[in-house]
Design a protein around this ligand. Sequence first.
Ligand code: IPM
Ligand code: MG
Length: 352
Amino acid sequence: MRVLGLPGDGIGKEVVGSAVDVLKEVASDIELDYALIGGCAYDTTGTPLPEETIDKVKKADAVLLGAVGGSKWDKLNHNLRPEAGLLKVRSHMKVFANLRPVRIFRSLLSASPLKEDIIDGVDLIIVRELTGGIYFGKPRGIEIKDGVYSGYNTLVYTTPEIERVARVAFELAKKRKKRLTSVDKANVLESSRLWRDTVDKIADDYPDIELNHMYVDNCAMQLIRDPKQFDVILTQNLFGDILSDEASMIAGSLGMLPSGSIGDGTGLYEPVHGSAPDISGTDMANPIGAILSAAMMLKYSFDMIELADKIEYAIESVLSRGIRTPDIAFGAKEIVGTKKMTEYIIDEIGGV
Ligand code: IPM
Ligand code: MG
């Protein structure tokens, strides 16, 4: 099991450190290597995704990424920004399906800004298309046209791109509650019209899955009004980005959400949160999203489901003792930093 760590910027370094410590605890035969991505890669090599990193990605069985970005690099040209490094590595690895599970740890029910009876029992997963759509469509740019600046992007999806991610979502639904909600904006966008028709065609192969279509604006509202109605949510890149941040509030904090991106080969695992420059270096970051991402790696890349369960169980148990990072402090018995939270989780794993 060759795992490549790409800590990136800001709290990315801290939380990948935590996730790696947990991985070492449960799977001693993991071979680790590290490489640069994002702003720190730009600072040392002049590009946010250096060749050396790409070479190491090719050799890895799975990649664990922290986060990229920070105000220091905000003025850079689009291609040189830290985020460009992240998008390039996703595209290079062809990880077209990004799985973002949203589940509630019972002891965190009161940490969510939503009412407990609305969120109690939520267990949903967002399948976000990750290597297409408006993030990658061409043409794109900022130009002067007829004397005024014009900024433009292209939202395009092809049938094969929709089909392959839809199949991932249907297969997941098969192993879960057998409900799939495909989210689009088919009342306005042609790309969404094709999305909907294509998902309908794939549905013929999955007669036991209950499929419904929902407009994205309605979905944003339903996620707050009644999140329990959802099992698997399938959607395009941009909508998935937005809806997953929204859905993180069900789990109490963006710091709790893991993600795993899969395609034809090596998987890429990263917490949903960003680099949080405001708390970077203060040992305040919640490492749980990253640790749960490492658990997803064990599950999806290495088929080590029991070990993944063990990590989740340990997290549940530490939280139930009232041990919290500042972002989930509501009802805490003890507020701890990144390192201490990681130690508690590792101790708990050792004791299982
Ligand atoms: C995410 C992030 C990224 C995205 C950014 C950092 C480019 O928000 O993984 O959700 O938009 O995909
Ligand atoms: Mg995002």
